[in-house]
Design a protein around this ligand. Structure first.
Ligand SMILES: Cc1ncc(COP(=O)(O)O)c(C=O)c1O
Length: 325
């Protein structure tokens, strides 16, 4: 496989999602038939939670691999718990429905999967209790969410939502207004991405991914108490770093550390591992993707496609797994 093939090439995340089968009301059905009322509570108040999962296509193996499927659904169920959403499925059952949905869509390309749980009642009352809940999963072919090399970032003047205001460790639908405001402002000002500070002025994370930097040869990322989403990619990177013998620290990060870091990258399901080469128009290190970032990228992009024996337990194969796939 060529190195450029290891990046998540495919359709852009701005494509309209119109086709295919989704999981809704307990069964697989065409996406066009999975609709809700405009009076839906979640549409009006943001009372839903979601996940973002990737599945990577391996052409040589003729296999589609769902990455960290169970961990994503475990986080999904934790988000549901925080929002008092009763999800009638276990993480394993949700993985199973996802695999069936992907197989029915007959994908032979990289895919993004979106589980969604939400307050479905058509009532006006602002509450989390006494409402009907619904669970859905849909998917869309998707390549890179952002380019994986040479991103420019800005420290946003939008503060990352604090856990005492809106649960930051849950992927809450309404909470993404915060991410959208920060990202939109960054892009309008000519940057690729926003880095957000938490209420206490420390670095939290980027608008929709966790942040890593390298200082004095040590990989550093912010702690789960820094109002971050507890990223699944973040955890995977710490595992890969350990395996590669790269020392790491999980600790609070000051804003000006961003100006003296040797390397920096975004980590997330969408962002994958994407190098940041400037912050606030100041070069990070030499202004190119750093050596450690590059070695993490290389191994990660192989692992997610089932090309590294050591990490096959990260993956759920879609084809040849169930009788009807
Ligand atoms: C706000 C935020 N932080 C971090 C992440 C990265 O999390 P993960 O690696 O689990 O996708 C995401 C993406 O899902 C996110 O939306």
């Amino acid at each position: 496989m060529l190195e450029e093939d290891l990046h998540g090439n495919g359709p852009s995340p701005t494509h309209e999602i119109v086709n295919g089968y989704c999981f809704f009301h307990g069964e697989l059905r065409p996406l066009g038939e999975a609709n809700v009322s405009i009076a839906t509570h979640a549409l009006n108040y943001g009372t839903g939670c979601f996940e973002g999962i990737r599945a990577y296509w391996n052409e040589e193996q003729g296999q589609l691999y769902v990455l960290k499927a169970k961990e994503h659904f475990q986080r999904f169920l934790r988000s549901c718990r925080i929002l008092k959403i009763a999800c009638p499925y276990t993480a394993d059952e949700l993985v199973d429905w996802t695999v069936r949905m992907l197989a029915k869509n007959e994908y032979r390309e990289n895919v993004y999967i979106r589980p969604l749980a939400f307050k479905a009642s058509t009532v006006v009352k602002v509450t989390l209790s006494g409402l009907r809940d619904e669970v859905a999963i849909y998917s869309v072919p998707m390549g890179d969410y952002v380019k994986t090399e040479g991103l420019s970032a800005v420290v946003s003047n939008w503060q990352r939502v604090s856990d005492n205001i809106l649960p930051s460790r849950a992927k809450v639908t309404g909470g993404y207004i915060n991410a959208a405001l920060a990202n939109d402002a960054a892009v309008a000002d000519g940057y690729d991405e926003a880095i957000m500070l938490s209420g206490d002025g420390h670095v939290s994370e980027a608008s929709s991914s966790n942040l890593f930097m390298v200082r004095d040869g040590v990989l550093v990322t912010t702690p789960i108490t820094a109002d971050i989403l507890e990223g699944i990619t973040r955890k995977a990177i710490l595992q890969v770093a350990t395996d590669l013998g790269i020392p790491y620290e999980v600790r609070p990060v000051d804003r000006t550390e961003l100006y003296v870091a040797e390397e920096m990258f975004l980590a997330g399901t969408g962002a994958q591992i994407s190098s940041i080469t400037s912050v606030d128009r100041r070069e990070v290190g030499d202004g190119v993707t750093g050596v450690l970032t590059h070695s993490l990228q290389e191994l990660y992009f192989r692992a997610v496609r089932g090309m590294e024996e050591k990490y096959v337990d990260w993956l759920t194969p879609v084809y040849g797994r169930t009788a009807n796939s």
